[in-house]
Ligand binder design. Sequence first.
Ligand code: RTP
Ligand code: MG
Length: 156
Amino acid sequence: SSNESTHMEKTLAMIKPDGVFGNYTDRIKNAILGSGFSIFKEMIVQLDEDSAATFYAEHSSKSFYSSLVKYMTSGPVLVMILEKENAITDWRALIGPTDTHKAKITHPHSIRAMCGLDSEKNCVHGSDSTQSAQREISFFFKDMFAGGVATEHDEL
Ligand code: RTP
Ligand code: MG
């Protein structure tokens, strides 16, 4: 059908501890739904050190890594699978630049401009590629993909 020929895509979104504590959840969800995404699944999670470190393993050599892990374990996060055409790119656009100060200047309507605090506490996460979306969705929702991707998570 014509419905199946459209490229519905899934991405992993997360409201980080500062976003949850700051009571931004409803405003962020309104922005998500208002931008045409549907929330396919959602779950509140308290990350422990191991899981936060694994989730952000690509940054393990960065100077901010230990601070990032501490931040990400400082309280519960809300993880969501968002669905939409071009969900990965469009969610990254909606959240805005990593550094909240920059976001406020260059992307004043972005989610990070609305609720972020600084270059670390930027209130939301978004997968940055098809590969990371699959990895990150499997990380939290293990039964979402059969075979390879779940196995990849198990090896992490
Ligand atoms: P995310 O992965 O959380 O969606 O963020 P991002 O792609 O925009 O940025 P990334 O480079 O992947 O960095 C991951 C998270 O690490 C923290 N960070 N702190 N202090 C710093 O200079 C610094 N740089 C990055 C942020 O929480 C960033 O979102
Ligand atoms: Mg990133």
